[in-house]
Design a protein. Structure first.
Length: 267
C-alpha cells in the first residue's frame, strides 16, 4: 500500500517536472521569435528619405521621394555670371542640326528639352545632341500646355513615358531635367520628376522665338532681360526656326563678350 503511494507520488513528481520543462522550452522558443512591442528589427522599418540640400518644397510622403531637388531650377552651375542655353520642342531634322552647328561654332553646351514623340521619331538626332556634350531634358510626351490641370495619372504618364522614349532614343542616356510644357508645373509633377532624378527646370529669359519676331528682336530681348536670370529659352522645332539659328549666332558671342560663362542648370 505504502509502495503504491510512493510510486504514485514519484510519478506525479516526474510528470510535473516534465510539464515545467516543456513549458519553459516553449516559452524560450516563443520569446526568441517574438520581440517586445516597439523593439522590431530595424530591417522591418521603412527608411526615411534623405533630405535634399537646398530644397524648400515639402515632399508629399504618399509619393515616391525625390532623389534630386524638386524646386524649379533657375540658377547656373557656373555661378552668378553663368547662363544656361535651353532648346525646346525638338529634335527636328531640319533645325536641330543647324542649332547644334551654331552651338558648336561658339563652343557652347546647352540643355535640349525634348518632346518624347519627337525623340522617338529621330533617335539619330538625340544621339547627336548627346555626342556633342549637351544635356537632355524631358519635355513630356505630347507637349500639352494644360498639364497643370491634368489628372495625376495623366501627368505621370506624360513625364515617365517621355523619359523612357528619350532614354531609349539616346542609347541609354537619361534626361536630367523636366520642363513642363508652357511652364505648367504642379507640386505633383515636380515630385514625380524629381523622384526619377529629373530636376524641374524653368526659365528666366524667353526669347519669344516661337512668334518669329525676327532675329534682331530675339537678340534684343536676351540683351535686355539676361539680368533677370541665367536660363534662356529658345526652340529647335514647332515651325521655321531660321530666325532662332541666326539669333543664336549673334547673341552667343555677345554673351561671352559681356563676361558670361555657359553652363547647365543646377541639379
Amino acid at each position: 500500500m505504502g509502495r503504491r503511494r510512493s510510486l504514485g507520488m514519484n510519478g506525479r513528481v516526474m510528470v510535473a517536472a516534465v510539464g515545467v520543462a516543456g513549458i519553459t522550452a516553449l516559452a524560450a522558443a516563443w520569446t526568441s521569435q517574438a520581440a517586445p512591442p516597439g523593439t522590431e528589427p530595424a530591417v522591418s522599418a521603412k527608411p526615411e528619405p534623405k533630405p535634399i540640400v537646398g530644397q524648400t518644397s515639402v515632399p508629399d510622403p504618399k509619393l515616391p521621394p525625390p532623389t534630386v531637388n524638386m524646386d524649379i531650377a533657375h540658377a547656373s552651375d557656373v555661378g552668378d555670371k553663368g547662363v544656361n542655353i535651353t532648346i525646346d520642342d525638338g529634335p527636328d531634322p531640319t533645325w536641330t542640326p543647324q542649332v547644334l552647328a551654331a552651338l558648336k561654332d561658339n563652343g557652347v553646351k546647352a540643355t535640349f528639352c525634348m518632346v518624347g514623340t519627337q525623340a522617338r521619331a529621330h533617335p539619330d538626332l538625340v544621339k547627336a545632341v548627346v555626342a556633342d556634350g549637351h544635356r537632355l531634358c524631358d519635355h513630356s510626351v505630347s507637349h500639352d500646355t494644360t498639364m497643370g490641370s491634368a489628372s495625376h495619372a495623366r501627368q505621370s504618364q506624360e513625364i515617365l513615358d517621355a523619359a523612357k522614349m528619350i532614354t531609349e532614343a539616346s542609347g541609354g542616356v537619361k534626361p536630367l531635367y523636366y520642363r513642363a510644357p508652357g511652364g505648367a508645373f504642379t507640386p505633383y509633377s515636380r515630385q514625380i520628376a524629381a523622384s526619377q532624378g529629373m530636376r524641374p527646370l524653368g526659365w528666366n529669359v524667353d526669347s519669344k522665338d516661337f512668334k518669329r519676331p525676327g532675329a534682331a528682336a530675339m537678340v534684343a530681348t536676351v540683351k535686355n532681360e539676361v539680368s533677370n536670370g541665367p536660363t534662356i529659352l529658345f526652340h529647335d522645332a514647332g515651325g521655321d526656326r531660321s530666325q532662332t539659328v541666326a539669333a543664336l549666332r549673334e547673341v552667343l558671342p555677345w554673351l561671352r563678350e559681356q563676361g558670361y560663362g555657359f553652363g547647365f542648370p543646377v541639379r
